[in-house]
Design a protein around this ligand. Structure first.
Ligand code: MG
Length: 299
């Protein structure tokens, strides 16, 4: 049985027929938020319910990077290579400085605490864009149960002033997000109310104009499952988590193919020596596969 499924013939050029989907590490409860550190030759990812950030190295070593982690979820790196993290427990977005100290970047909007920042991306101008659904405050499983005081929105943090502004306000539960390679588009997954099976679960696309976005048309509905996290390759294809693995979607919104994964996938990131290794966080384990694609994300 093949590890992939080509829906469109071009997908067979995106994969290498003999590159396996490998299980790199296991024993987690909900692995999420993968981010590659080429300079440190490691992958960091969250194990959210266990309140820790894990580190995997290509030699197979798995260790704890930070515990407790304030129930971090999504991660990325800024242009200085610093780790930027969404914290459910802290209800904030934080940055880990080069000396290891932690700086709070955003924890409130209009005087009210954020819900539970979920995923984050840094634009070329240094602005930090993040989603803030309520999943991390609904129960005590992935954070601390708390009252929701703000709608579930997408925010932009200004690199000059440090202020945040709500840029997407018309979603149920914004989750994973990524810019197109030229940053003219912002893709945002809406995973809706997770306890409501009838809720919309799709990716929407917004046109980006500097600090603002407009549009928000339906782009693609993931089936089965939902798009929790997504990343972009250098040709603008979207690689998204799905119920049966990772789905690859063209910039036109067409499903091109799937990487089949035996556990429910939460998120992905590109990394490795040639930026062509797709790391996949999936429930209790982390997997990876070498693709004939390169990821967009820095560094
Ligand atoms: Mg997410």
């Amino acid at each position: 049985m093949s590890f992939y499924e080509a829906i469109d013939p071009q997908f067979t050029r995106f994969v290498m027929f003999n590159a396996p989907v490998k299980k790199l590490a296991t024993g987690f409860d909900w692995a999420e938020g993968p981010v590659w550190f080429g300079d440190a030759n490691c992958l960091l990812f969250s194990d959210i319910p266990n309140n820790r950030i894990m580190r995997w190295r290509p030699d197979g070593e798995v260790s704890i990077y930070r515990e407790p982690s304030n129930y971090t979820n999504g991660h990325t790196r800024d242009h200085q290579g610093r780790l930027v993290s969404c914290e459910h427990g802290g209800r904030r977005v934080s940055r880990t400085e080069h000396d290891g100290s932690i700086t709070v970047l955003a924890d409130a909007y209009q005087g009210k605490p954020l819900n539970s920042p979920n995923d984050v991306v840094v634009k070329s101008d240094g602005s930090i864009w993040f989603t803030d659904p309520h999943y991390g405050i609904m129960t005590n499983y992935e954070g601390y149960k708390s009252e929701q005081e703000l709608p579930c929105q997408v925010y932009r943090l200004d690199p000059e002033t440090g202020a945040i502004e709500a840029v997407v306000t018309d979603m149920v539960c914004p989750n994973g997000l990524a810019f197109s390679p030229d940053e003219s588009r912002l893709y945002v997954a809406d995973t809706g109310a997770i306890f409501d099976e009838s809720a919309d679960r799709h990716i929407r696309v917004y046109e980006v104009d500097g600090k603002k976005v407009s549009g928000g048309a339906h782009f693609h509905t993931i089936d089965p499952g939902a798009s929790d996290g997504l990343r972009i390759d250098t040709d603008g294809n979207i690689w998204s988590s799905a119920g049966d693995g990772v789905h690859c979607i063209s910039p036109e919104g067409k499903l091109l193919g799937k990487i089949l994964v035996p556990e429910l996938v939460s998120n992905v990131c590109f990394g490795g020596r040639n930026k062509h290794q797709l790391f996949i966080t999936a429930t209790t384990s982390v997997y990876s596969v070498i693709l004939n694609r390169e990821g967009m994300q820095r560094p």
